[in-house]
Design a protein around this ligand. Structure first.
Ligand code: URA
Ligand code: SF4
Length: 215
């Protein structure tokens, strides 16, 4: 059981993306709202064919209020272009909508902390609602947090990345299409890798599998 009440009661029934975004701005479904600057909701078109799901906003995203606008986002933009995925066809969001961090010794630097399972569960209603509204053909899971949230805790990105995973229609009356999941590494993992070129090539090659399926 999650120790948090969760986002569920903040969800406006029947809302579109704008209504969801407005409601999420006031979410206090878990403890993360207390220290973060703001909710960082997803961004992109409701008719996007592909949704990319990251982990949580980073330092820059928390300040600017938009997903994937910092260093990892810049790398993701380049990788999407190299893979042939049009940003206009893509909606970008995160598994958890508030930045989780600790303070460095001097208190000046904010250090990313991975959200825990209870925080992921608490925030899940927002992601589910975004996916149901958009009903995308392709859901790309960037890194372990997103992959485990949608494919289960035993999913291993390192072993199961870059493959199309068929899925039934999303659990919503309005959703009609079958579609795919595809998991890959998180763009931040490329930035941290010893061999950045190899890690980047791996990310692009996984994204190309998604791009091919969208043709
Ligand atoms: N990392 C993420 O997972 N999401 C962002 O929005 C930025 C960095
Ligand atoms: Fe709500 Fe998610 Fe933020 Fe927690 S992380 S307060 S559940 S929006």
């Amino acid at each position: 059981m999650s120790p948090f009440e969760g986002a569920g009661r903040y969800l406006p029934p029947g809302a579109g993306l704008d209504g969801l975004r407005r409601a999420a701005a006031g979410c206090q479904g878990c403890d993360l709202h207390a220290d973060a600057t703001q909710t960082v909701f997803g961004s992109g078109s409701a008719s996007a064919r592909v949704v990319l799901v990251g982990e949580q906003p980073g330092d820059q995203e928390d300040r600017q209020g938009a997903p994937f606008v910092g260093p990892a986002g810049k790398l993701l933009d380049t990788a999407l272009a190299d893979a042939g995925i049009d940003r206009a066809d893509a909606y970008v969001t995160n598994t958890v909508k508030h930045f989780r961090f600790s303070r460095s010794g001097t208190g000046t630097r904010r250090i990313h902390q991975t959200p825990d399972a209870a925080q992921v569960a608490a925030c899940r209603p927002w992601l589910s609602a975004e996916l149901c509204v958009i009903d995308p053909e392709m859901i790309v899971l960037l890194g372990a947090t997103a992959a485990k949230a949608l494919l289960g805790p035993s999913f291993r990105v390192t072993r199961q990345r870059g493959r199309l995973i068929t899925r039934p229609p999303l659990d919503d009356e309005a959703a009609t299409q079958n579609g795919f999941y595809l998991a890959t590494i998180h763009p931040s993992a490329v930035l941290r890798a010893d061999d950045r070129d190899a890690a980047y090539a791996g990310l692009v090659s996984d994204l190309r599998v998604a791009a091919e399926a969208l043709r």
